[in-house]
Design a protein around this ligand. Structure first.
Ligand SMILES: [Zn+2]
Length: 162
């Protein structure tokens, strides 16, 4: 059985008790969260969110530049007026640098990806500050409140950085 088939079976149970079909498209809390894709990170649980309340934009590291396209859509078309960035302890983005991953991809595929930024970081707190600054300075992003946090995967606690 593939994982996809497991998902299909789980969805039958989910849909049987589904009662959220009435929710409107724009997020009720008018907020977009940019957060890492790490499997241990559960945005709904960490932030107390339920369906219909927030945009949750996930990518490797919860990086701002990678999320920009979605943030513009979120703000311009779906009315979000606050941004929250969440990076986390023990993130995979702390374990490599661009050169290393470029080498791996080149070796395994033959393609040169030297132009490709994988956006790893070596300082977790600084990465949150950098991403908050990126959104604050980006003229495509609305002037809205922006907060940055580090989520601790060992304790479940969210710690404010900026
Ligand atoms: Zn991560």
């Amino acid at each position: 059985m593939t994982v996809a088939e497991e998902f299909e079976a789980a969805n039958v149970k989910y849909a049987a008790n589904f009662d959220k079909g009435h929710l409107p498209l724009p997020p009720g809390k008018q907020v977009a969260v940019v957060i890492c894709m790490d499997a241990r990170v559960d945005p709904a649980g960490i932030l107390g969110l339920t369906e219909g309340e927030a945009h949750v934009i996930r990518n490797a590291g919860g990086r701002a530049t990678d999320a920009l396209r979605s943030v513009i859509i979120s703000q311009r078309l779906l009315g979000t007026r606050e941004l929250v960035i969440v990076h986390h302890t023990d993130c995979g983005m702390l374990t490599f640098n661009d050169g290393q991953l470029r080498d791996i991809v080149k070796k395994e595929t033959g393609h040169n990806v030297d132009h490709f930024a994988f956006l790893p970081f070596s300082d977790l707190e600084q990465s949150v500050k950098d991403d908050v600054e990126y959104f604050k300075k980006n003229e495509l992003v609305l002037d809205v409140p922006i907060s940055g946090y580090i989520y601790d995967v060992k304790t479940g606690k969210l710690n404010k950085v900026v």
